[in-house]
Design a protein. Structure first.
Length: 158
């Protein structure tokens, strides 16, 4: 587990630090030939959950990076609510993952690349819990390029 001390209002450099940790998870997904999305959940400066896409490996359409991280963080805390936590994820969450974030009551959602096709904000911004703050675009190009490259490679293999 990584530790990082920050105040009540994280600065962009702290968001960048944890987004880099989410990018490490995305690279693990890439190595496993999964769509390269990674996520970490941070509570009081400590990573308490992390995950990357496992939909192919687990043959489970719900095995998104965020879902893996939610489960790990909930297990770590011993409860289902993730108040006072922040989700860092390399791609804007889909509606399913945003809905799960709602039920966890997570305090913040920070994502890298926007997903104009399947991202939750395409449908409605109020899918997240009313108290959840959100920030998009942290390392947006780096996160987007990882996904673009993955799909370009897939198209050329077909």
């Amino acid at each position: 587990m990584k530790y990082f001390s920050f105040t009540d209002e994280p600065t962009i450099s702290e968001d960048e630090f944890f987004m880099n940790e989410a990018l490490k998870e995305a690279h693990l997904a890439l190595e496993a030939d999964e769509i390269p999305v990674g996520a970490v959940i941070v509570c009081k400066g400590r990573i308490i959950g992390k995950g990357h896409n496992l939909t192919q490996q687990l043959n489970d359409v719900t095995a998104h990076a965020e879902m893996q991280a939610f489960t790990a963080a909930s297990n770590f805390l011993g409860g289902k609510y993730l108040t006072d936590c922040t989700l860092y994820v390399t791609l804007e969450p889909c509606v399913m993952c945003a809905g799960a974030a709602y039920w966890t009551q997570i305090s913040r959602v920070v994502f890298g690349a926007y997903d104009p096709q399947r991202g939750f904000s395409r449908l409605a911004d109020n899918i997240l819990h009313p108290k959840t703050k959100q920030l998009g675009g942290v390392f947006e190009e780096k996160c987007a390029e990882l996904v673009r490259t993955f799909f370009k490679t897939k198209r050329f293999k077909s």
